[in-house]
Design a protein. Structure first.
Length: 169
């Protein structure tokens, strides 16, 4: 199962895929058939990938809510980033999304907005999802624009973060 948008393919990564990326992102991308000029994972991202893989192992039925989806350009088969949820929906039907692009050369082209719209659309086909939420640093204007363009609305401010949400129709 993958999500297709006009210019992108979002491919859910298995726990083994996540572990391969933890070892060597470029090599893992190559083994999956993608081009990549990404740097290796930062220590923070390594930890997140490890946590995601462990969560998938513990709850394989809901693995799509724990994994990252690789964001791949259709035209060039280039891995440009990742997007995914931070876990299963809570008791209010909320899932939190997080995302990132591998290189600044992909910024400002609308790829993340397109990926987020595709992931939100998929989420709302899941019975347990009523809301998709996200947070951004107060100063991260680019990410705030992505959320706005994806249909999310400002919801609240906490500490140095702005929170956004969109409701299932």
């Amino acid at each position: 199962m993958q999500i297709e948008t006009e210019r992108l393919i979002l491919v859910p990564l298995t726990a083994n895929n996540l572990r391969s990326i933890m070892r060597n992102k470029s090599q893992a991308a190559n083994e999956l058939g993608w081009l990549s000029d990404a740097e290796e994972l930062s220590s923070k991202m390594y930890f997140i990938y490890q946590l995601k893989a462990e969560n998938i192992d513990k709850d394989e039925i809901n693995w799509m809510f724990y994994t990252y989806f690789a964001i791949v350009l259709k035209e060039s088969n280039h891995l440009i980033g990742e997007i995914g949820f931070k876990g299963v929906p809570d008791e209010n039907g909320e899932v939190e999304v997080g995302y990132g692009l591998d290189n600044e050369k992909w910024y400002g082209k609308g790829y993340m907005t397109e990926a987020l719209k595709g992931l939100i659309q998929w989420a709302f086909t899941q019975e347990s999802v009523l809301w998709v939420v996200a947070d951004t640093d107060r100063v991260n204007v680019a990410s705030q624009k992505v959320l706005k363009k994806s249909g999310m609305l400002f919801w609240k401010e906490e500490f140095d973060y702005f929170w956004w949400k969109i409701k299932k129709n």
